[in-house]
Design a protein around this ligand. Structure first.
Ligand code: KIV
Length: 312
């Protein structure tokens, strides 16, 4: 366990204890350590984060991959789907997460439209995430049909992570958020997609919203680590959305979501308690107030008294 100190409010130095798990020295997670984990059948942990505090908490909890997902369109910005989020918005959030993440492998989602026009533009936009926001890899939705473009990005020294199955940027083509890979033809296509990404040399493949059996088949077939979300327990790793596990989404969760906390209730209770304390003048107390130095207070009392006696 590490201890450190921070300068706190009034200037006093206070000891703090890192949230890093005791007895687990952290190594920087890289593309090769993810592959090592697959080789040794060690589960890979991944969670989304969208700002400095969530990035820092997720990293300090020991998660391997922090994904600045374009799901932030919905979780952070209140858009209806992921299609409207811009590259500037994604860069802004990636920069904030970067400042909080030290050990995890930091992946940023390339938003819809940023890699759909041509490979040159895709490479240029991917490079922005590395140069301007400090991401270590980008994520691109789609399999076989994106493989050549992904090779071009990797040739530009930019690690890429793939994403197949239920790809939310294709919501209009899929006709909704539906589980993919339920027919033999769809399973064959998914296998071709996974193999194409594997051959292109992606750092890992996110598998979203597919039957457990298909997740297991893909995981066994490819050398690249698979990271599942609604793709069953046989994947090499799992990813969930930060707001889903903490009940911050204002809606019913998908089948695969497990809630690990209720930040919604925690925040509501805290805000209501604060409001009530202000209304009843319970906040702030004398201890929560700044006070004049003794000499200034005495001088002020003298001045006030003199003014009072002049008025008499
Ligand atoms: O945007 C996102 O959060 C994602 C994960 C769900 C894989 O793409």
């Amino acid at each position: 366990m590490r201890t450190g100190s921070i300068r706190c409010g009034g200037g006093a130095l206070e000891d703090i204890v890192s949230l890093t798990p005791i007895g687990e020295p952290r190594h920087k997670i890289t593309v090769s350590s993810l592959h090592e984990k697959k080789l040794h059948r060690e589960p890979i942990t991944c969670l989304t984060a969208y700002d400095y505090p969530s990035g820092r908490l997720v990293d300090e909890a020991g998660i391997d991959i922090v994904l600045v997902g374009d799901s932030l369109a919905q979780t952070m910005l209140g858009y209806e789907n992921t299609l409207s989020v811009t590259i500037e918005e994604m860069l802004h959030h990636t920069r904030a997460v970067r400042r909080g993440v030290k050990h995890a492998f930091l992946v940023a989602d390339m938003p819809y439209g940023s890699y759909h026009v041509g490979a040159d533009e895709a490479v240029r936009n991917a490079a922005r995430f590395i140069k301007e926001a400090g991401a270590e890899a980008v994520k691109i939705e789609g399999g076989e049909k994106r493989a050549d473009m992904i090779r071009r990005i990797i040739d530009a020294e930019i690690p890429v992570t793939g994403h197949i199955g239920l790809t939310p940027q294709s919501v209009n083509v899929m006709g909704g958020y539906r589980v993919q890979g339920k027919t033999l033809a769809d399973i064959e296509q998914l296998m071709r997609d996974a193999v194409a990404l594997d051959r292109a040399g992606v750092a890992c493949i996110f598998l979203e919203g597919i039957p457990r059996e298909v997740g297991a088949m893909i995981t066994a077939e490819v050398e690249t680590p698979s990271i599942g979300i609604g793709a069953g327990p046989e994947c090499d790793g799992q990813v969930l959305v930060f707001h889903d596990i903490l009940n911050l989404t204002f809606g019913p969760p998908a089948k695969f979501v497990r809630r690990y906390g209720d930040a919604s209730a925690l925040i509501s209770e805290a805000v209501q308690a604060y409001r009530s304390d202000v209304l009843s003048r319970q906040y702030p107390s004398d201890e929560e107030s700044y006070h004049l130095p003794k000499e200034t207070r005495a001088a002020l009392e003298t001045v006030t008294e003199r003014k009072r006696s002049m008025r008499r």
